[in-house]
Design a protein around this ligand. Structure first.
Ligand code: AHG
Ligand code: MN
Ligand code: MN
Ligand code: MN
Length: 338
């Protein structure tokens, strides 16, 4: 009886396979590569769920290259991803938030892609059981296994796949291959598969929510301040209502909500953090790619995020992302305070 059971399910693996078949020269490499990403996400999901029970909360005792205290789960998630991705044989280089230098894959396991990832995003929230996530970007290396590291420091627009997995009330993986669609999958824990539940996500051109760490507002520049003032205090003549504030402090969760409900998410530059906080290769680029592919925009204030070219693997940039109407207003605020 199939009344209550969908038996023709679009799993993430099937979706990636079907995507690859659209390309005449497809080799199946991306499907294998994505399977290793999926495995990493399922492992982290399972660790996050039981963290409190198996003493996986708290600090690992080391700091990473950004000077952040690593959590046990930062370290474990990173190790899981590094091992799974290496074993796929599809990557030559990897860049992780938790590893100071580029990770070079042993020659026998090298492939045509590079992957950049934030194994556990929002990890400062983990001990309180708040949503965390993983962010990743995949890049084609023009010279494949013989690539040199300068092939990593390229404009964001060269990214070929971007995605994130959110470990929240459900486990959601959102993905784009840059063909103008963004797809959302939900993990069915019973069968261990990501199932397509949010086909073709489009971000509303205008929303009602702003999301930024307002505790930094005393350090903001005039453009940033005037933009956020404009959403909180609309002029009486405009007849507009003020936006609602939502800030989780986990980029994955804040971006996921922005993608689904619309509005604006920002981590601006300020007097304390001259380039903001978010790291270009494994936070800003994949998220900017997803938002653009869903019909939104991502800028630093004055330029498109995906036009940036990082000079170091852990470089940061300011980010404002959201619906087209919000980002046009951000742009206008920066233009008038130039
Ligand atoms: P991570 O946990 O991977 O280091 O990233 C934390 C980031 C991001 O998730 C979030 O948007 C931002 O830090 C929050 O920073 P503040 O606490 O400064 O608002
Ligand atoms: Mn961190
Ligand atoms: Mn992060
Ligand atoms: Mn992280």
């Amino acid at each position: 009886m199939t009344d209550h059971h969908q038996t023709n399910i679009m799993t993430l693996t099937r979706y990636v396979l079907e995507e690859q078949r659209q390309h005449p020269d497809a080799t199946g490499d991306l499907t294998v590569a994505m399977n290793s990403v999926q495995l990493g996400c399922k492992f982290v999901e399972s660790c996050v769920r039981k963290a409190r029970l198996v003493n996986l909360v708290g600090l690992a005792g080391n700091t990473n290259v950004q000077g952040e205290d690593q959590k046990k789960l930062d370290v474990l998630s990173n190790e899981m991803f590094v091992n799974a991705l290496k074993a796929s044989g599809k990557f030559s280089f990897m860049v992780s938030e938790e590893v100071d230098d580029i990770i070079f894959v042993p020659e026998s396991l090298r492939g045509k892609y590079c992957i950049t990832f934030d194994p556990l995003d929002g990890s400062s929230n983990i001990d309180a059981g708040v949503n965390v996530g993983t962010i990743f970007g995949i890049w084609r290396l023009p010279s494949g296994p013989r690539a040199t590291i300068d092939e990593i420091l390229v404009p964001g627009s060269e990214i070929i796949a971007g995605g994130y997995c959110m470990y929240g009330s459900s486990c959601n993986l959102v993905l784009t291959f840059g063909n103008g669609t963004v797809e959302g999958f939900t993990l069915d824990p019973a069968i261990g598969e990501f199932i397509l539940t949010h086909p073709d996500i489009r971000i509303p051109p205008k929303g009602k929510i702003y999301s930024v760490n307002e505790g930094n507002s005393m350090y903001w520049d005039d453009a940033t301040r005037s933009y956020f003032d404009s959403v909180k205090y609309p002029s009486p003549e405009s007849g507009l209502k003020p936006y609602s504030a939502r800030y989780i402090g986990s980029m994955v969760a804040d971006v996921h909500r922005t993608l689904l409900y619309g509005g604006v998410f920002a981590y601006p530059a300020d007097r304390k953090s001259r380039s903001g906080k978010l790291r270009i290769l494994y936070e800003s680029f994949p998220m900017a790619f997803i938002i653009e592919q869903a019909g939104g925009r991502a800028i630093t204030g004055t330029q498109r995020v995906l036009d940036l070219v990082p000079t170091h693997i852990h470089d940061r940039c300011p980010v404002f992302l959201g619906g087209t109407e919000e980002i046009a207003q951000v742009e206008a605020a920066f233009a008038s305070h130039a």
